[in-house]
Design a protein around this ligand. Structure first.
Ligand SMILES: NC(=O)c1ccc[n+]([C@@H]2O[C@H](COP(=O)([O-])OP(=O)(O)OC[C@H]3O[C@@H](n4cnc5c(N)ncnc54)[C@H](OP(=O)(O)O)[C@@H]3O)[C@@H](O)[C@H]2O)c1
Length: 245
């Protein structure tokens, strides 16, 4: 498949639905071979089939639960990618979970632990294991999908806000470390409010269908894989009118 991402291998986490699916579909349309990571295999298979039906390169499925991903599983994933692909040109840390918005006083342990595990610890472990295969590619791109509560934490956003602030700190220090030691480019990207299961969980009373679908930010994020913003920068795809995410 020709396009700006032809010949490039791109791993997207949380690729089974929402924004992750939209990023994967757009990156495949731009020529990339996708590695679709997610915990629900039939959803990954549906994205695989949609990409193939659209004429894209058949993706590789990477079933994994990021809630329990440890160093050993991260290394297995990295080894398999090294063997099957040789190099990884793009890594998009998109998967995330959000609990219901509650005051800290009533925040549940399970929601707290899940957000920190999926939204921060898994990206850390995956990045650490995948750095060698990213370094094996020329000009690999490492994208961290964040949200504006990372920089503007406010009432009731709980572990989701804390986890996104930690994710941005991880991205920022990685950008600083890698600037002098590799040609991997690191960006944080905020897609803005969009229709998704995560959004519906955060705002159960709202009509999510009034929000933009995931396709537009998905395409914009896929474009960053071909022409990333300046190393270490933060791209905000949010429309000015999109508030309260
Ligand atoms: N929606 C918004 O308004 C909005 C705004 C700002 C930022 N964002 C960010 O955009 C990104 C995508 O969110 P979304 O709105 O597209 O949410 P979503 O539709 O809920 O998608 C989240 C994805 O993460 C995967 N995931 C969750 N837990 C996992 C686990 N334990 N192991 C593996 N995969 C797991 C899900 O897989 P399953 O299909 O298996 O559940 C799903 O594919 C997130 O980083 C989010 O913070 C979203």
């Amino acid at each position: 498949v020709s396009g700006p991402l032809a010949g490039r291998n791109v791993l997207v986490t949380g690729a089974g639905g929402g924004l992750g699916r939209a990023i994967a579909v757009a990156a495949a349309a731009a020529g990339a071979r996708l590695l679709l990571l997610g915990r629900t295999v039939h959803r990954l298979e549906a994205v695989h089939d949609a990409i193939v039906a659209a004429g894209g390169t058949a993706p590789i499925l990477v079933p994994a639960d990021l809630r329990t991903l440890d160093a050993a599983l991260a290394q297995q994933i990295a080894d398999a990618i090294g063997e099957q692909c040789g190099a990884l040109h793009g890594l998009v840390h998109n998967a995330a979970v959000a609990g219901p918005r509650v005051p800290v006083r009533f925040h549940g342990d399970a929601d707290w632990d899940a957000a920190l595990a999926v939204n921060v610890s898994a990206p850390f472990r995956l990045t650490r294991a995948l750095l060698p295969v990213l370094e094996a590619a020329r000009g690999a791109v490492l994208l961290f999908v964040s949200a504006d509560v990372a920089r503007r934490p406010r009432a009731y956003w709980g572990a989701y806000a804390v986890s996104k602030a930690a994710l941005e700190a991880l991205a920022t220090l990685l950008a600083d470390e890698l600037a002098s030691t590799s040609d991997i480019r690191v960006n944080v990207v905020d897609p803005g409010a969009l229709q998704s299961a995560l959004r519906a969980r955060l705002f159960p009373g709202d009509d999510v269908t009034a929000l933009p679908p995931a396709e537009a930010p998905g395409a914009a994020i896929a474009a960053l894989l071909a022409e990333p913003a300046a190393h270490g920068s933060r791209s905000v795809l949010a429309l000015p009118a999109a508030a309260g995410r």
